[in-house]
Design a protein around this ligand. Structure first.
Ligand code: BGC
Length: 717
């Protein structure tokens, strides 16, 4: 039988109490502050548990975080698992195949650990570069984020488990995340953050959508009828279920009727709103029975569609060796070479001495913190403390040891605490590699200035030795006041369980860096839509609004283009050890379907990959006025080439990326006219251009709307 039929029959066999059990999830760890004990059947130190129904063979939902691997909640026995590089790093690969491989790998580890739900798929756009969780997301552009996160979710769900996509929506800063209200209009939301969700959902069909902590236009995401019933379920035709973030449910009747299908992680919420209170609300008719049936149907639909009945999870052995390779390859392809004067990288064979400075590069690599924290199978270390008491976890994967195996130079390590002595040692070495870090974590926003005097350290070392290379381990963009004084900069992000080896292979030239920035690196806070981050860190429950109507849909490079500001490094930027040329740009229009062709050739002498990017700009000012910014990324392709080799590339452009959302008609509309397509090496560097004319036929409506499939969700509105 098909999934719909199985869902219907099973739901009909369920009692009311069995239905109610399926819509209330519990935290799956002890919560002593609430006198709460992990439910029986839930897996230790994990995020969530929803009881099944033994009588009917409905398996329990066993839920674990997150997007870089199987995380563990605090406790004495964390699971040791493979950690991918940060999700922002994976986005920096611009390689959907790698995102898929990573998703497939962590999904396998989730399954082998007994979990059938992986709370992955972070896709909040980088509207706020200081957001402490940007490392869990996929950057600032809807097409890049949408395609990369979709690939990861497909990889996860290929293990016959459910993946979430999260945090729906506009949860773009951590400060006061549970009380702030984002102000934004429907059109701007649908052309930015929601477009990323829309694209990823239609390309990967995640079983669940996790609604976010924040409020949107005054209404909590998890009881926001516009967000859940209208956009997600009606306009996009989403068939899976909406689960709340842990502590994100605030009511029974409003939440149920607005489209929340499952409360998660009780006791994070003040009350078990979807427990007895929901039972009573259904009995008294405040929540229609059809709405409860719809909730249950959606959960069962996601479980059937992802094989949770046909191939129930059973814990098993993990091939950690193979998984280490997946993580390392992802890290290698994610690293962005931002500067490389005089070809100081790769490190020359003739170097006699190299000084390694800072960030515990002698022993490990940094990871981001919070609920997504994976404890790496290679071992972890808590080497630094953080002001707010967060656990700063380093994975045992030493860049220095890995480099030692690849160079004849004598390596010396200095921890960088004493700037003077680091500079003295730097002056006596042939070259210096300074590791700088910025720890980011859930629950707190960061700053763009490197912490702990690292800027002064880098400046002093660079003054003492012109061959200074900076390796950054950061959650996102940082300022680089020393940029003109150093010879090279490599952005390595949080590089995962095998990050030390990946960094060493890039420095030594075994791997040619091919990452490109998935976010703009600003020069100053004044360049941002909100130079001062809104909020009251000392008052976590303060209620106030954050005005996203300032930039609307012009997130990241679009804002920079609109305001004419010059960033430190633009979106899409990255260097290579090789050189590439682009040629033969041509475009073809059929209806509203535009396709683009071109060739890429490696004209250098290193094997390497090039990320070809296509940006679209309307040529008539009246059309530009309806766009959020002068140009949009509308396609990209990463091509791997040996020296001298060339490849022909063909891309087709999603019609929405050449259109505007029209709220009155609820459709995307392509305006008739000429559009320039620029084949570019980053958002600011076009290499070749062509023009396409979208004829009246093509100017027709581009519907994002698939007809609703579950009328019962409508009747509940
Ligand atoms: C986070 C989610 C996470 C959940 C369960 C929340 O604090 O925002 O991303 O999945 O906890 O651990």
């Amino acid at each position: 039988m098909d999934v719909e039929e199985r869902t219907r029959i099973l739901r009909e066999a369920m009692t009311q109490d069995e239905k109610l059990a399926l819509v209330l999830g519990y935290f799956s760890s002890d919560a002593p502050w609430k006198n709460f004990k992990k439910p029986e059947g839930g897996l230790e130190q994990s995020a969530g548990y929803v009881a099944g129904t033994v009588r009917l063979g409905i398996p329990a939902l066993t839920e674990t975080d997150a997007g870089t691997g199987v995380a563990s909640q605090p406790g004495d026995h964390p699971r040791m698992r493979t950690a991918l590089p940060s999700n922002l790093a994976t986005a920096a690969t611009w390689d959907a195949d790698l995102a898929y491989a990573g998703g497939r790998m962590i999904g396998n580890e989730a399954r082998m650990s007994g979990f059938n739900v992986l709370l992955a798929g972070g896709i909040n756009l980088t509207r706020e570069p200081r957001n402490g969780r940007n490392f869990e997301y996929a950057g600032e552009d809807p097409w890049l984020a949408g395609t990369m996160v979709a690939a990861q979710i497909r990889g996860i769900q290929s293990n016959h488990i459910i993946s979430t996509i999260k945090h729906y929506a506009l949860n773009d800063q951590e400060t006061n995340r549970t009380s702030l209200s984002v102000h934004i209009d429907d059109r701007s939301a649908r052309m930015s953050d929601l477009l990323a969700f829309e694209l990823a959902i239609e390309q990967s069909s995640p079983g669940a959508v996790m609604c976010a902590y924040n409020r949107i236009n005054e209404s909590y995401s998890c009881e926001n009828a516009w967000l859940l019933n209208e956009v997600l379920k009606l306009d996009w035709g989403y068939k899976g279920f909406v689960m709340s973030d842990w502590g994100g449910t605030h009511s029974t009747i409003p939440a149920a009727n607005a489209g929340l299908d499952q409360e998660s992680g009780y006791p994070f919420d003040a009350s078990p709103y979807f427990g007895d209170a929901l039972k009573e609300a259904v009995e008294s008719g405040h929540v229609p029975q059809s709405r409860l049936d719809d909730m249950v149907g959606r959960i069962l639909w996601a479980m059937f569609s992802n094989g949770l009945f046909d191939g129930p999870v059973t814990a098993g052995d993990i091939d950690f060796q193979a998984h280490a390779d997946v993580s390392r390859r992802d890290a290698e392809d994610s690293m962005v070479l931002l500067k490389n004067d005089r070809h100081v990288l790769p490190l020359a064979a003739g170097l006699r001495s190299v000084l390694i400075v800072g960030s515990h590069a002698d022993v490990g690599v940094l990871s981001g913190g919070g609920s997504s924290q994976v404890y790496s199978v290679g071992g972890v270390m808590l080497l630094d403390s953080h002001a707010d008491g967060g656990r700063v976890v380093y994975f045992r994967s030493s860049p220095m040891e890995s480099l030692a195996a690849r160079t004849h130079a004598r390596l010396q390590y200095d921890e960088g605490a004493d700037i003077k002595s680091a500079a003295t040692l730097a002056g006596r070495s042939d070259a210096v590699v300074v590791f700088a870090h910025q720890w980011n974590a859930e629950g707190v926003d960061g700053t763009l200035r490197l912490s702990d005097n690292q800027d002064a350290l880098i400046a002093a070392v660079a003054k003492a030795n012109p061959r200074t290379i900076v390796v950054l381990e950061t959650g996102g963009p940082v300022f680089m006041p020393w940029i003109s004084r150093v010879a090279a900069v490599l952005e390595a992000w949080y590089p995962g369980s095998n990050g030390g080896e990946a960094i060493a292979r890039v420095l030594a030239g075994e791997v040619n860096p091919s990452g490109r920035l998935p976010v703009t690196f600003p020069r100053s806070l004044e360049q941002l839509p909100r130079p001062r981050l809104d909020g009251f860190p000392e008052q976590p429950h303060a209620r106030f609004s954050v005005d996203y109507t300032v930039e609307g849909a012009a997130v990241g490079y679009k804002w920079f283009d609109r305001t004419g500001a010059t960033p430190l490094f633009p979106f899409g930027y990255g260097l290579s050890y090789s050189r590439f040329t682009l040629s033969g740009l041509d475009a073809d229009v059929r209806g509203n379907q535009v396709s683009v062709r071109f060739s890429v050739r490696n004209t250098g002498d290193h094997q390497g990959s090039y990320v070809a990017q296509v940006y679209a700009s309307p040529m008539r000012p009246e059309i530009t006025a309806g766009w959020e910014a002068p140009r949009r990324l509308c396609g990209y392709k990463k091509v791997k080439l040996r020296p001298g080799e060339s490849a022909d590339v063909a891309l087709s452009i999603d019609p929405r990326l050449l259109a505007q959302y029209d709220g009155t008609q609820k459709t995307w509309i392509t305006a008739k006219g000429d559009y320039e397509l620029a084949l570019s090496s980053d958002a600011r560097t076009p290499v070749a251009k062509t023009v396409v004319r979208l004829a009246p036929a093509a100017a027709g409506q581009v519907r994002s709307v698939r007809r609703p499939t579950t009328p019962s969700s409508l009747s509940a509105r």
